[in-house]
Write a new protein. Structure first.
Lengths: 110, 122
């Protein structure tokens, strides 16, 4: 059972906007940055969002992140078929003193 | 461009030690602004952070509590690489193992190795 809670699945049609949530606790999301990763089939995860809402160079602005209290969200606008894959949130856990992952959300583009 | 190239056996017998290496190009294992991690992924446990090593005037290592008594992560500056050793493995340790970098400034796990499927079986 993952320390951070994500919905197991999400879906949308091309062009739509979808959001994926990630919830934790005060010692996790509440007091630390959240990071988001995209994992396409058969590949390693890729950094999508860092420090809650920053995009690394090369990540389209269709991807955005936000955080409020002990929850965070990843939004994908203008959904495309190539966005289909798994999405994970990550944060530092002040209680465990290491990085913890969400269980992942499988995004399907209908 | 940073590249992380993993190597090591894909099959390990129960009770033995799992050993993997991550060779770094485009950066240095001794980079004062970087940390070098091992992460694994399995259907039952999802993504799980295992530990890291980093250099800040001296070498530091941190390990996840779940594997703390069995894990060792070591840098090799002569070969610009770092390694993972996990002892007393069981079938529960079967997973895809990844090495990854994090860079000061918030770039957590910005580069990953290609992943190595390690199966624990006799």
């Amino acid at each position: 059972q993952s320390v951070l809670t994500q919905p197991p699945s999400a879906s949308g049609t091309p062009g739509q906007r979808v959001t994926i949530s990630c919830s934790g606790s005060d010692s996790k999301i509440g007091s630390n940055y959240v990071y988001w990763y995209q994992q396409l089939p058969g590949t390693a995860p890729k950094l999508l969002i860092y420090r809650n809402n920053q995009r690394p160079s090369g990540v389209p602005d269709r991807f955005s992140g936000s955080k409020s209290g002990t929850s965070a969200s990843l939004a994908i606008s203008g959904l495309r078929s190539e966005d289909e894959g798994d999405y994970y949130c990550v944060t530092w856990d002040d209680s465990l003193n290491y990085w913890v992952f969400g269980g992942g959300t499988k995004l399907t583009v209908l | 461009q940073v590249q992380l190239q993993q190597s090591g056996p894909g099959l390990v017998k129960p009770s033995q030690t799992l050993s993997l290496t991550c060779a770094i190009s485009g950066d240095s294992v001794s980079n004062n602004n970087a940390a070098w991690h091992w992460i694994r992924q399995s259907p039952s446990r999802g993504l799980e952070w295992l530990g890291r090593t980093y250099y800040r005037s001296k070498w530091h290592t941190d390990y996840a509590v779940s594997v703390n008594s069995r894990i060792s992560i070591n840098p090799d500056t002569s070969k610009n690489q770092f390694s993972l050793q996990l002892s007393s493995v069981t079938p529960e340790d079967t997973a895809v193992y990844y090495c990854a970098r994090d860079l000061s400034g918030g770039y957590l796990f910005d580069y990953w190795g290609q992943g190595t499927l390690v199966t624990i079986s006799s």
